[in-house]
Design a protein around this ligand. Structure first.
Ligand code: LRH
Ligand code: MN
Ligand code: MN
Length: 388
């Protein structure tokens, strides 16, 4: 069994990964949303399910909310509910993509009334952050066009800057704005924030409290995502990750499922750039579980991130640097692959047990009775979540 050094274990102990409330709701594709027994009926139940993931893994102490999906009358009560379950409320995600008014754009809209409404929604999200104690406002926009000539791309970029400037001005001293990019979908010709460069340009124009959010599923096939991670860390502008994995487009599948090696490469650059356990760089999941059970889906996800982090921490930096310096291409690659190919699961299981956590959180969840309980209790409720 490969041993993990006390230094590595100490680093792993500090790792935290934020869970998305919407991972616990029903989800699907535009073809079908399947309902899963036991699905939460409100944000309180979503938070309770997220707390289960944290209790069994020790990895997920916070839950991101999506507004208005998670709108409640009393955010202070939701906050207390979370804290009572050993978790806290995290990033607040705005939603300017499910309202008829935003058909031709939200923060980029040429219609002043629509743009005002979109800005006000973001200001309301900051009010929510004040109540929940959240630090980050995450903005992803569906804005874009479907046909060449449909709109003036440059004017839209200028309006986006104006809108973001107003939102940024409302942030508290300890609050931040993270701007997420995505190369297409739902817009198919052009998207207003399609890539890290555009996000970087927009957030740089705002100030220190504005950063880029990198969603791993939001790139064209073949994109070298770890290069982007390196560059954003180098520029001090990587604010957060939305982790997930994809085979084709924005699949939102379990992180590390489609391409564990890519996750490893990303984490190597995170460590190289000082982004691990760095409060400036938030680790979040942005996933949906369309056909699998949601709580074990989230447990599997955080464990995948932990496993790949452990492997990345095993990378022999001295040996790698020596091989790189000697231009020994194959030796450098071998050092890299040695770390990736190491099975850290037995060592992690042992370490978990030594900290009073289950050696196998997946098995512990299956045996704990929580799933049976929620399936019995939550029958007939209004099922909440993405696509429902
Ligand atoms: C957009 C996105 C964004 C949304 C989430 C539900 O594709 O990644 O982060 O908030 O999905
Ligand atoms: Mn995302
Ligand atoms: Mn996405």
């Amino acid at each position: 069994m490969t041993a993990l050094s006390p230094e590595i274990l100490n680093t792993l102990e500090k790792q935290t990964i934020e869970l998305p409330s919407w991972a616990f709701g029903n989800s699907g594709t535009r073809f079908k949303v399947f309902t899963t027994p036991g699905t939460p009926r409100d944000p309180f139940e979503k938070v309770a399910d997220a707390a289960q993931v944290n209790a069994l893994t020790g990895l997920a102490p916070s839950v991101a909310l999506h507004i208005p999906w998670d709108l409640v009358d009393d955010f202070d009560a939701l906050r207390r509910h979370a804290e009572g379950l050993g978790v806290r409320l995290g990033t607040i995600n705005s939603n300017a993509f499910q309202d008829d008014d935003y058909k031709f754009g939200s923060l980029t809209s040429a219609d002043d009334t629509v743009r005002r409404k979109a800005i006000d929604h973001h200001l309301a999200c900051i009010d929510v952050m004040d109540a929940t104690g959240s630090r980050d406002l995450k903005i992803w926009l569906a804005d874009g066009t479907n046909y060449p000539g449909q709109d003036d791309m440059r004017a839209r970029q200028d309006r986006l800057h104006e809108s973001l400037t107003e939102i940024y001005a409302r942030l508290g001293d300890e609050q931040r704005l993270v701007l997420e990019y995505k190369f297409f979908e739902p817009a198919f010709y052009h998207t207003d924030v399609p890539d890290w460069g555009t996000s970087y340009a927009q957030v740089s124009a705002l100030g220190d409290k504005a950063m880029v959010c990198l969603d791993t599923g939001h790139h064209a096939p073949g994109t070298n995502i770890e290069f982007i991670v390196m560059q954003l860390l180098r520029l001090g502008k990587l604010g957060s990750f939305d982790f997930n994995s994809r085979f084709y487009a924005d699949d939102d599948l379990i992180v590390g499922a489609a391409d564990p090696f890519q996750l490893f490469r990303i984490l190597v650059e995170v460590i190289r750039g000082g982004g691990l356990n760095n409060p400036d760089v938030a680790f979040m999941l942005d996933q949906c579980h369309n056909i699998e059970k949601k709580i074990p889906g989230q447990i599997r996800s955080v464990l995948n991130v932990q496993e790949m982090t452990a492997r990345a921490l095993l990378l022999d930096g001295d040996a790698l640097a020596a091989a790189q310096k000697a231009n020994d291409v194959l030796a450098a690659n071998a050092v890299f692959m040695d770390a990736f190919q190491t099975d850290v699961r037995p060592a992690l299981a042992q370490w978990r047990e030594s900290r009073g956590l289950p050696a196998d959180p997946m098995a512990a969840y299956a045996a704990c009775g929580y799933q049976e309980k929620i399936e019995a209790e939550r029958v007939g409720g209004v099922q909440a979540g993405w696509g429902a």
